[in-house]
Design a protein around this ligand. Structure first.
Ligand code: C2O
Ligand code: CU
Length: 488
């Protein structure tokens, strides 16, 4: 099957038309660190590699995609520093890099065609990535995400600082939830299916934690406190994260600290996480030889994500105390003065799409066609507008035009049968309410699940830029569930 994308790629290869984003009705970009902030240069490549994803004695998978050729790479940086990332695309397809959850100036946000052109094979792009906030983030492509992320293209970005260093843990452990879609021969299956894209998404057929098909066993000091940092990097899977001890606290959501919440105070003792969502938790270890098991309780049989094994390191039992992380530094919205905007998350029904697209001769429309980052069909919409997909090469007008520095409440109502983890670029928002979960703690996030028939209200202080707002079930965003805000 020849996809529209590969056809377009073929004709584009002859001479990729280039649109400088500065030509596209741009707005001022806001830097979140002073110009004097210390900088660190980082070179980064996107490339293909081979890996034994099914296990050591199974055939290696070809065309695995990874940054610097290293699956599940972890990049660490200090808060207050700026990364200047010299990116090179060594993939055979166009790509971009999006810094999920990081408050970057929007011209480094990695969204073609809104903030940059795609980086063609062999091309380069320099990203300005200030790190104004501590926490667990990640970066991934923003073009053919279903395919590229599906084959492994993402990396963790951990931002540390002195205030956090003072909150001492006895161990740190990462849990990366990411399934694979592989045949018995170890080679990739089609990442997207019509049925998946129009429903809950296409699931991997091989479950894995940190890329391994058997749950990792991680040693940690007996009676110590472990910082467990979980991210759902999967394109589709939603998990209910929990563990088999009561001595566990939730410390940060999407990198943003909150006053610690005991897991047993959460509805069903679990925290629901969809694609792109992160959670930091504290787990108190039992005595030597004993274990703590961390599960996804959403599966029909609880799925073991990781086993923490207590080893004797000379620590003695001590009273359990929650370790509060330093409070977030993100600008907070003024909720009382905020203007409210309401949106529906719905199935796309062709004829009901009403608002006129940008005219075909608008530079942004042309750039969209040239971006090659367009999905195959349209299934989803935000308030009757779908992002360009299939033959509908229309870029919807912005969902709203916002004022830089003003506060907004975005109220989302999901009228579909499926959950949608909604992500807003460039901002960290306060989750004000979940209509179906009145007992949720107050928290900040960059991605929030809206359950079927639920209304979720978020509030944020708008920052100048062109920012997309989309579902992070990657097939949903690739088939219409994406819109954008213009903030100036
Ligand atoms: Cu992880 Cu558009 O984002
Ligand atoms: Cu969705």
């Amino acid at each position: 099957m020849i996809s529209r994308r590969s056809l377009m790629l073929g004709s584009a290869a002859a001479g990729l038309v280039s649109f400088a984003p500065s030509a596209i009705g741009q707005v001022p970009a806001v830097d979140t660190l002073p110009a004097s902030a210390p900088t660190r240069r980082l070179s980064l490549t996107a490339q293909e590699t081979e890996a034994k994803l099914l296990g050591p004695d199974k055939p290696a998978t070809r065309h695995v995609c990874a940054y610097d050729g290293e699956l599940f790479k972890i990049v660490r940086g200090r808060r207050g520093t700026r990364l200047i990332v010299d990116f090179e695309n060594r993939l055979p397809d166009p790509t971009t890099v999006h810094w999920h959850g990081i408050r970057v100036p929007y011209l480094s946000d990695g969204v073609a065609p809104l903030t940059q052109d795609v980086v063609p094979p062999g091309g380069r792009f320099s990203y300005n990535v200030p790190l104004p906030d501590t926490g667990l983030y990640f970066f991934h492509p923003h073009c053919d995400e279903t395919g590229q992320v599906g084959r492994g293209l993402f990396a963790l970005l951990v931002v540390d600082d002195e205030a956090e260093d003072k909150v001492r843990f006895d161990a740190e452990c990462f849990i990366v939830v990411k399934d694979w879609r592989l045949g018995d021969d170890g080679q990739w299956l089609e990442m997207s299916t019509e049925d998946g894209a129009a429903n809950a998404g296409t699931f991997g057929n091989v479950r894995a934690t940190n890329g391994q098909t058997t749950a990792p066993r991680v040693e940690a000091p007996a009676y110590g406190d472990v910082r467990v940092r979980t991210i759902v990097a999967d394109a589709t899977r939603v998990i209910d994260l929990g563990c088999d001890t009561d001595d566990a606290f939730m410390l940060a959501v999407d990198g943003q600290a909150l006053p610690p919440v005991p897991f047993k105070a959460l509805p069903d003792d679990v925290w629901r996480m969809g694609p792109a969502m992160r959670l930091d938790m504290q787990v108190r270890m039992p005595g030597p030889g004993q274990e703590v098991k961390i599960y996804d309780y959403r599966s029909s049989e609880p799925y073991l994500l990781t086993t923490l094994v207590a080893v004797d390191k000379g620590k003695h039992p001590s009273p359990l105390k929650a370790k509060a992380l330093p409070p977030p530094r993100v600008p907070l919205p003024d909720v009382r003065k905020a203007k409210k905007l309401e949106f529906l998350i719905q199935m796309a029904a062709g004829p009901t799409i009403v608002s006129p697209s940008l005219p075909a001769d608008d530079p942004l429309s042309k750039a969209l066609v040239n971006s090659l980052c367009v999905g195959k069909t349209t299934h989803w919409a935000i308030s009757r507008d779908s992002w360009a997909a299939g033959d509908a090469l229309r870029l919807p007008p912005p969902l709203a035009r916002l004022d830089n520095g003003a506060s907004y409440i975005v109220s989302m109502t999901n009228v579909t049968k499926h959950m949608h983890p909604m992500h807003l670029h460039g901002h960290v928002f306060r989750v004000l309410s979940h209509s179906k979960k009145p007992k949720m703690p107050q928290y900040l996030a960059d991605t929030v699940i809206v359950e079927p028939n639920e209304t979720v209200d978020i509030a944020f202080k708008a920052v100048s830029g062109n920012w997309v707002f989309h579902c992070h079930i990657l097939e949903h965003m690739d088939t219409g569930l994406m819109g954008w805000f213009k903030v100036a």
